[in-house]
Write a protein that binds this ligand. Sequence first.
Ligand code: ADP
Ligand code: ZN
Length: 732
Amino acid sequence: METPQSFFRAGELVAVLTAQPLDRLLDYKAPEGGVFLGAFVEVPLGPRKVIGVVWGKGQGGYDPAKIRPIYRAIDVPPMVEEMMSFLTRVGEYTLTPLSMMLRLATRAPGLTDPPHMRRVLGLGRGEPNRMTPAREKVFAVLEDHDGLRFTLSELSSMAGVTSSVVKGLVKQGVVQEFETPSDMPYPFLDAQMAGKTLTGEQQRVAQALRLKLRSREYCTLLLKGVTGSGKTEVYLEAVAECLAQGRQALVLLPEIALTVEFLDRVEKRFGARPAEWHSGVTMTERRRCWRMVGAGKAQLVVGARSALYLPFQQLGLVVVDEEHDNSYKQEEGVLYNARDMAVLRASICGASVILASATPSLESWANADAGKYQRFDLAQRFGAAELPEMQAIDLREDGLEQGRWISSTLAGEVQKRLERGEQSLLFLNRRGYAPLTICRACGHQVGCDHCDARMVEHRFQKRLVCHQCGETKPLPEACPSCEVEGKMAAVGPGVERMAEEAEARFPDARIAVLSSDMSMTARALKERINAIARGEADIIIGTQLVAKGHNFPLLTCVGVIDADLGLQGGDLRAAEKTFQLIRQVAGRAGRSDKKGVAYVQTHQPDHPVIKAILSGEEEAFWKAEAQQRRMAGVPPYGRMAGIVVSGPDLSVVFDVAGYMARNAAGLHAIGAEIFGPAPAPIARVRGRHRVRILVKAAKGVAIQGALARWRGNLKLPTNVRVSIDIDPQSFF
Ligand code: ADP
Ligand code: ZN
């Protein structure tokens, strides 16, 4: 085989991949001075200049006189070949054109700009007029990091003082301002610093992870530990090993609010804060992160799923924390699962993956069971903390009043906590006030004008909100259908309505609602969570936001308002998701020395999933669930793809989908089964009708090729779109 050429001399023909939707590479001439394979370049395209990457040798076949030269090479290190093959493989797996993959990999603003300047702070001259403990902390940080400079926020956070303390010192010139390119390297993370003293069990697992990293071979490790067992402490040991090797590490978290706490822990463990990559990060910081990762000068990145596409030079470790979390699946644009793509990326570059969770996905559980992943368990909570006891409250016996959702048993338990000065959490995975607004006169339900979804009342905003498209409208006085006034009624509970009920029942309690639709920055949300953790609320009412990794030391009582909620609906993962969510929520209780109890309100205490939740027999649950999926031939024991055909005209959409289902010989040839077309569970979103086809195949079958040909053969009417979701998570 020909070895790929890695440098092209001036004038040589090269193929360039751009982020333009062209579905092919474009030929250019290498510029003056030549270019490397993988180089980021600017090329002329029509009248514009666009960013591209030198992807290989030119294909030729065009009039050489008409081929234009690359405009210039951008001053960043070339894309490494591992990254090129990662993008290619993700594109092939998810049936995404390479141009779109490149867009994911270049989502940093101002890539072609020269460096911006920014202000940083370092030691100045002289003594402050007055020394205070806070000022001493600032000097201690500057002296500890001899000669290093920091931004205002870095310096004040590392010193643990407010920014006004630092500004006061700047005014006196004892801390000095310097101008520096804004793409500053990140402060050094010291992998040799000692971490917390680990328990025997933690130590054994940490040592095993370190050994795996030392082999420098690809492996995926499932770190299963009950909530509060110290998973984070343990995987930080693996991060330390990776950094000590001089390789880069990436930690993925499912939710931005969790990054704030994590950054603090990294700072305590390694002496400085790592790079951050998620939607809450400023443009300047995104640019800095992208550039520094590419220059090999960011040792550790903490981020959301898209951080996988950063230009790491020598990636040694990817941690996927709370690996079971749904938010790792990207549901718009490129449809990929960051957990699975992390494994792919690591396997290409010889890195390790750690999948951490208290309630692993069935996929990961099965991969460990089959020996593909190695599993490590942390069975004990750290310190005196014990796992909460689980108790069912049978709602069939505990007759609830109309319009009430807190049973008298649960209310009694909350009351006891109030008297003892402990916290209770009421969990209901429904945002807003009420899921349904109905006219008591004619039965009309208020729906969204653009979606096949009911509008949800949000009383704090005094509006009805569509959770599909975000459209809002005021609560109508009169029924939009029969025009009778004063008969519109809220039906069913959301967290806001739970808060109302709790206020009525416990008038003296301080009540806090935590829900993901609160428009807050990550930092503000984390501050609110911290305040609650310190005891600034007696009763917390929350959606699944509270299930994810936050610590509430005073919390000893968890009430699951409606355990049956997630079991309805046809999702193949309904049992798994319900199991994970309720176990995670219950895990919030009793995280310090006080014992916790979780009360699970249910109409079906004998349902196998509810029984498994209550008994805590996890392995039995996984085995039973695995058995069912194996019999049905569904993931992880079969392959699935969800095809959604959408467009403004329902009959056209149905015609296209019907045609596709009837003309699928290529799929039948590989043994795939086709279900549908049928209206998607949410049959209209933003004015587009949605019709869905499900394709199911045996596990070993590579369905992508057949799917691509199937779609490729279609001539779609304008305005009709076909999206293909490999390994669909949600079935909407
Ligand atoms: P998990 O990620 O499994 O939920 P964490 O790593 O967050 O657990 O640990 C739970 C709490 O216990 C944290 O506050 C953590 O700092 C503390 N902790 C865990 N292990 C230790 C240890 N060996 N020494 C001191 N504190 C620990
Ligand atoms: Zn809508």
